[in-house]
Design a protein around this ligand. Sequence first.
Ligand SMILES: [Zn+2]
Length: 406
Amino acid sequence: MLVETFIRKQLGLKAHTVTKVEQTAEFMIIHIDRLGDRLLRCGLCRQRCREVHSVRKEREWRDLSMRNLPLKLRYRPRRVQCPRCGVRVEDFPWAEPWARVTTSLANAVARLARELSWQGTARQYGLNWKSVATIVQRAVQYGLKNRARPAVHVIGMDEVSRRKGQVYLTVVYDLARRVLLWVGEDRTEEAVKKFFTEEMGRRRCQTLRVVCMDMWAPYVNLVREHARNAQILFDRFHIVKHLNEAVDQVRRDEMRRLTKKEKVIFKRSRWLLLKNPWNLNGDQKERLSTLVRWNTPIVRAFYLKEVFQLFWEYKQPARAKALLEKWMSSAMRSRLEPFKKFVRMLRSHLDGILPWTKLRLSNGAVEGMNNKIKSISHRSFGFRSAKHFIAAIYHCCARLPLPVER
Ligand SMILES: [Zn+2]
């Protein structure tokens, strides 16, 4: 079989043909021409058109490599007279209308960019970073337009920081399908509103049953306004994070108060108190029990933390509620300011905390995806623009379909 025939079949050409294959030091150049008077399709609506209006100047498309030689397709596009759209550039079976690379190459690049940084992907295919960025952005655009959008019942809202806790993005997951639904710049009410109004729309919002999130007022307000049927559930892991912060604050306040000698004993006690007791070894248990005998604020904080954790285990709402009430009043009497603050926060959010016992849902289901987002940012040394970071997050976490190769 001639190499021309081989390539024509590989590209799936029907109204076009390969006239010549030329090899240079760096490329294999495939010359393409129209095949006889076969009908060409309109680039906009893909309808077959009888009339060719004109022939344009030669264009070039990068394709995958054959062995180590990258292929380049060269062709003079026709403009067709489409009965529906008027005079339009024809449809290319090997590429999207806007693209300077073939769909096969674009999809190969897009697939690799899910695993590697954009720099790394560019290097693999001998492209520059900008080309990869364009390919991924186009793939995301296509994917968002063509993705499956089943009804959503349970979502998790969370924030991720870009550039170490300075710039925030809001991410929304479908907790049932464990897939990313939306990413938006910032975490303000104004910014995240777009999720409800643009991404979901009024009708889809009505099927929302549970929204899992941190105790963050803008998110709460948005759910109350746009998804009235949804139960707000404050995420277990966020609550525990606030609790751990209270323990840590007590420890730091205490350290400031202690003498130098006492400090030595408390040194590195922080993680002893934060760790689950059953994960400690003999020596660590020993050190912990010394701390416990002292009955200092740190120890009181530690015990409060341990008792609080029982809340998650209860199966009966009334009992869980009773435990929490009891816990909150003992924490208020603990003379630990950070814990009083924590209790005040719980009190004003109880209607989103107590439903845990019945719902048992948390953003833990998508924790892996949050880590993935961190690693995406890390492997690219932090994206300079939010636009690119958002595209990369969609690309890796939203399970978007890629353009079909014809
Ligand atoms: Zn048309």
